[in-house]
Write a protein that binds this ligand. Structure first.
Ligand SMILES: [Zn+2]
Length: 132
């Protein structure tokens, strides 16, 4: 799958800003496409005391707000526009939304696409259920 458009959209919203001495935001941007073909975006929030969240989390919240939870593809970019892989917490969140998301295509670095299942081995949920 071509993730060029998702990456361009993620780049458009990525623009790190310092709100005050405690909070910066927008240093990472993410764009995802659902299996229904809709695109949602989100930005990161970085705070003192680790109260922020990832751009992927933000995009997922936007998706859920619109009643969707199955992701075809996802790209997150850093402040220089390069693709970055989701952290472990985001990998787990994406996988818990639906077992079909184990087939989500993720651009983990510029020009390198993998399935979520490839970067989430030994999934603990598979011991409980085949499909969720
Ligand atoms: Zn994350």
């Amino acid at each position: 799958m071509d993730t060029t458009i998702l990456k361009q959209m993620a780049r458009l919203i990525t623009n790190e800003k310092q709100l005050n001495e405690f909070i910066t935001y927008g240093g990472v941007g993410a764009a995802l496409e659902t299996i229904d073909g809709n695109i949602y975006t989100g930005i990161s929030i970085d705070t003192a005391c680790s109260m922020g969240f990832c751009a992927e989390h933000s995009a997922i919240a936007e998706m859920l707000k619109h009643g969707e939870h199955k992701i075809k593809a996802l790209v997150a970019v850093d402040s220089e526009g390069h693709a970055v892989p989701p952290c472990g917490r985001c990998r787990e969140l994406i996988s818990q939304l639906s077992s079909t998301n184990l087939q989500t295509i993720i651009e983990v670095q510029d020009g390198v696409q993998v399935l979520l299942s490839e970067i989430l081995p030994y999934d603990w949920k598979k011991s409980l259920s085949d499909q969720w």
